[in-house]
Design a protein around this ligand. Sequence first.
Ligand SMILES: Nc1ncnc2c1ncn2[C@@H]1O[C@H](COP(=O)(O)OP(=O)(O)OP(=O)(O)O)[C@@H](O)[C@H]1O
Length: 358
Amino acid sequence: MASITLDQIRHAYNPNPVSDADYALREVDHEWVDGGAYALLGPSGCGKTTLLNIISGLLHPSHGRILFDGKDVTELSTQARNIAQVFQFPVIYDTMTVYDNLAFPLRNRKVPEAEVDRRVREMLDIIDLADWSKRKARGLTADQKQKISLGRGLVRNDVNAILFDEPLTVIDPHMKWVLRSQLKRLHKKFGFTMVYVTHDQTEALTFADKVVVMFEGQIVQIGTPAELFEKPRHTFVGYFIGSPGMNIMPVRLEGSAVLLGQERLDLVAAPSVNPADRLELGIRPEFIRLGQSGLPVTVTRVEDIGRRKIVRAELQGQPIAAVVNEDTEIPTDAHVSFDPAGLNLYANSWRVEERASP
Ligand SMILES: Nc1ncnc2c1ncn2[C@@H]1O[C@H](COP(=O)(O)OP(=O)(O)OP(=O)(O)O)[C@@H](O)[C@H]1O
């Protein structure tokens, strides 16, 4: 397994890029540690597949270098990079048995047959296809075929990294959960470097040690699920992670307080922002208290989500969401107050205390 360094990578599909908007990937400059499990998360078109294909060697970046364990592999083919890939749809040999499909990548590398047998049997147990080992892959369901694809990716232990591109798309919801947990266990056991593309936050948050959130061709934050929840570095992370996402409200600054309409909210210290910056306050629904004091709101809807409720309301003409316990009374004359621990200030979409290194 290897560390992966993305050294000032940029990529434009257009051969004559002029502005940032022409780049599918604006600058990406990071080091991902050996044995890390990274999920690339973001909406359609944000550049996840482009970045994965640059790592795998399917795509040559317009600028920058990619290094595995410090060795420059930018000019190397996918094969020479020694990685395993699992795609959205199964890539298997229909006419081979399940066993032979799993054995194929090992036999191809001249692994001794006794070792092939040991590893294939272990993998058959992991993907729960031991009873199907002698069956031809042709007659299997889409789920089973994709499990073989996953097994083929995981059966080798000599790869630099394993790359997954939305591998659970064709898997039914229950099996998705099972396979996700298995992947996590395998990662703990074998310490693979894994990069996993998804646009599903549950998948990313349960699978990865570090979630790489992408937006419009940029990595806007790399963090643990808790970091993304507690300190979203960019308003997009606040909005995209969590359900419902973070409330983002335009504010003005006055000394060490922000003004939300007529209301004043004191900050711990005066933030260093420029007068022309576009300021917004971010607060997650879990940090909003509902009661009879604070800012007046008009409740528009209440959604029951088991032990908690989502209260949708309008605050100064803007929609706002709060998450409260199921037994919280919704007063007729409802007001909201904000838990200071949950206040985040954003200038031009970036969290203020971290603006120095966006
Ligand atoms: N072969 C290509 N030629 C031109 N533009 C492309 C090509 N592939 C992707 N793009 C563009 O690059 C941008 C990033 O696309 P990419 O497929 O990397 O996003 P993604 O996050 O993986 O999206 P999805 O979740 O839909 O797969 C998009 O604007 C897309 O239209």
